[in-house]
Design a protein around this ligand. Structure first.
Ligand code: FDA
Length: 400
């Protein structure tokens, strides 16, 4: 027996659930299918279990995409304030942590429960543990084969995310579907991911566990946040942020003295010539990092013994330390996938494929990647709502 719906949403993640609830509440009969045993698994682990569900500083410039204008329409039509209003309506307590990042006071489970309630309010059928065996498109109907049965609908939404963290059930299925329907891809790559170091730069391995506030820059974009040294290289928010901009063969420049002017060491010499460089650096940096950096710039003794020229050069180096990562920790550790389904073939208003009537792509599957800090969920909500509204108005148009 074939079951018929107005729309089938593939993926019960942030974007898929939001889209389904939006369309369902506007009268569409919607089915959501997911191969995982439960919906919203990434939401549950996000933000350390408290879900950093949006960022009040959301602007299109904080997203990476081949077309910087693409996300503008959806982001402006469904803003952080709209999602906050939804969260408030459900009485979910939240707080701003830092840099505009909003987190639940309690568990991320409340966000998943809220999305499922919103789906239920729209009469949406959410079916998990459903392996999708085949998808095809004939006679203006999408046919999805699951568990040996067919479900059909005139509209299909690709919301299966990207391949980051495969052990959570993430796959590149969205890209397989995109290829099947002739949509182009922007090469997917790990984003918001720790970077690895090799060779002499592994000297920093002894600093594993040490964190410091820095400005990390790559690909022309810099972030002032904490960097963390790890056994394999570099992590922490500043590094995760620049990792999305970093490309193989490029440097990541780290300013270890974001508050110190370039001639800060020369000034420190004038103020207290008997202090060691290690001590001086220790005023601004964790002790172990100060010690390794002093060694690396070759200044072991009292600061008064070094010439202004040498101190000036050391200051320069500390303000623009060049790391040459040899890679990243890959999709296994990446918080998001940068790249994905090219926006060139999609409508920025409805998220619909221009060349395949009834096909939509939303969320992380698409080549729109936010900064760390709630931006990726805001894109998932906004693109989900845009597609959900479009699905419903298309159904109403066809019915009238
Ligand atoms: P999402 O990945 O949420 O959902 C895709 C769904 O499709 C999944 O349920 C999956 O099981 C399903 N699926 C995949 N392949 C399938 C197949 N072949 N068949 C059927 N179903 C399939 N962002 C943020 O803004 N704030 C935060 O705090 C965090 N924290 C965070 C922590 C960690 C550890 C990770 C890995 C990621 C984050 N993120 C985040 C990023 C955020 O989780 C991500 O951008 C969104 O979940 C993307 O939403 P989507 O709905 O597009 O994909």
């Amino acid at each position: 027996m074939t079951e018929a719906f107005d729309a089938i949403v593939l993926g019960a993640g942030a974007a898929g659930l939001m889209c389904a609830a939006t369309a369902g509440q506007r009268g569409s009969r919607v089915l959501v299918l997911d191969h995982a045993d439960a919906p919203g698994k990434k939401i549950l682990i996000s933000g350390g279990g408290r879900c950093n569900f949006t960022n009040v500083g959301t602007v299109p410039e904080r997203f990476l995409t081949a077309n910087p204008h693409y996300a503008r329409s959806a982001l402006s039509r469904y803003s952080p304030a709209d999602f906050i209003a939804l969260v408030d309506r459900y009485g979910i307590a939240w707080h701003e942590k830092t840099l505009g990042q909003l987190f639940c006071d309690g568990s991320a489970k409340a966000i998943v429960a809220m999305l499922l309630d919103e789906c239920a309010a729209g009469g949406v059928a959410v079916r998990c543990g459903e392996a999708i065996e085949a998808v095809d498109h004939r006679d203006a109907l999408f046919r999805v084969r699951v568990g040996g049965r067919d479900v059909t609908a005139p509209a299909l939404v690709i919301a299966t995310g990207g391949p980051s963290i495969p052990k959570m059930g993430a796959t590149g299925f969205a890209y397989d579907l995109a290829r099947q329907f002739g949509l182009k891809l922007v090469e997917p790559r790990p984003g918001l991911v720790p970077l690895t170091l090799a060779g002499e730069q592994l000297l920093f391995r002894e600093l594993s566990g040490v964190a410091a506030e820095v400005v990390a820059t790559s690909g022309g974009t810099g972030f002032r946040e904490a960097a963390l040294f790890t056994h394999r290289g570099l992590s922490g928010p500043a590094i995760l942020q620049v990792s999305s901009y970093w490309r193989h063969g490029e440097a990541v420049t780290v300013d270890f003295l974001p508050d110190g002017p370039r001639d800060w060491l020369v000034e420190a010499k004038r103020a207290a010539p008997r202090r060691t460089i290690k001590r001086v650096l220790g005023d601004l940096l964790p002790e172990r990092l100060a010690s390794v950096l002093a060694e690396q710039v070759g200044l072991g003794g009292e600061i008064g013994q070094a010439s202004d020229r040498v101190l000036g050069a050391a200051g320069e180096r500390l303000k623009s330390w060049r790391f040459m990562p040899n890679g990243s920790e890959g999709f296994a550790k990446a918080e998001v996938t940068a790249g994905g389904i090219s926006t060139a073939g999609l409508s920025s208003k409805s998220m619909a494929a221009k060349a395949v009537p009834g096909l939509y792509a939303i969320g992380e599957a698409v080549d729109v990647t936010g900064w760390l800090g709630g931006y990726n969920f805001q894109w998932a909500w906004a693109s989900g709502v845009a597609a959900g509204e479009a699905l419903a108005s298309e159904r109403q148009r066809q019915a009238s």
